[in-house]
Design a protein around this ligand. Structure first.
Ligand SMILES: C[S@@+](CC[C@H](N)C(=O)[O-])C[C@H]1O[C@@H](n2cnc3c(N)ncnc32)[C@H](O)[C@@H]1O
Length: 178
């Protein structure tokens, strides 16, 4: 009985340690893990004009809740990119549990994933990280792509801003690339 308790404690402590390290890693790579609010997600996706079979890429997908909602409600194909493998495993598990087929989560740094095939892109990232993406966005994101930035504006793309959803604590900015 005592051995079982010790084993349980060890597994529990190891899980907490892995989780804590992975959260620290997310932060070090540019943005801490702060999930979007589920009710907010449903409202902000209504304004995105998503269509079935479009490819939606989420940059820093966390537990995949935004992408899972988009795939479920709008029948898009979803690719989530997150640097944190713990969050990706959890997102994959949740998507499987929801029986969502057209969705996958990839453990990568945003800077290492090609965005040229996206029809829609969602991000909820820190302003400093967004600023660093200027070159990549300008080179890879195609005309007609809708880019939804939750929380913070994309300062270098003011010319593409088509609407803003004012909401507290986080507004949402919509860009249509031309
Ligand atoms: C604020 S959370 C947003 C999570 C999710 N998009 C949502 O809205 O619920 C930011 C996410 O970006 C991820 N992240 C931070 N820097 C990254 C990078 N350089 N490449 C890929 N993912 C990154 C973190 O692991 C975290 O899950």
């Amino acid at each position: 009985m005592q051995i079982i308790l010790i084993l349980f404690e060890l597994v529990f402590s190891a899980s907490i340690a892995i989780y804590a390290v992975s959260m620290l890693y997310s932060q070090l790579k540019g943005a801490p893990y702060v999930p979007s609010n589920q009710k907010e997600i449903e409202e902000l996706l209504k304004l995105a004009g998503l269509k079935p079979k479009q490819l939606m890429i989420e940059l820093g997908s966390g537990d995949g809740r935004v992408l899972r909602t988009a795939v479920k409600n709008y029948k898009v194909q979803g690719i989530g990119i997150d640097v944190n493998p713990v969050l990706n495993s959890w997102a994959t598990f949740l998507a499987k549990r929801q029986k969502l087929l057209n969705i996958k989560f990839i453990s990568k740094n945003i800077f290492d994933y090609d965005l040229s095939k996206a029809d829609a892109i969602y991000l909820f990232l820190m302003p400093e990280l967004i600023d660093k993406l200027e070159n990549k966005f300008n080179h890879e994101i195609r005309p007609k792509t809708i880019v939804i930035s939750h929380g913070f504006e994309i300062k270098f793309w003011k010319k593409y801003l088509i609407k803003k959803r004012d909401h507290k604590p986080f507004p949402t900015y919509y860009y249509l690339i031309t």
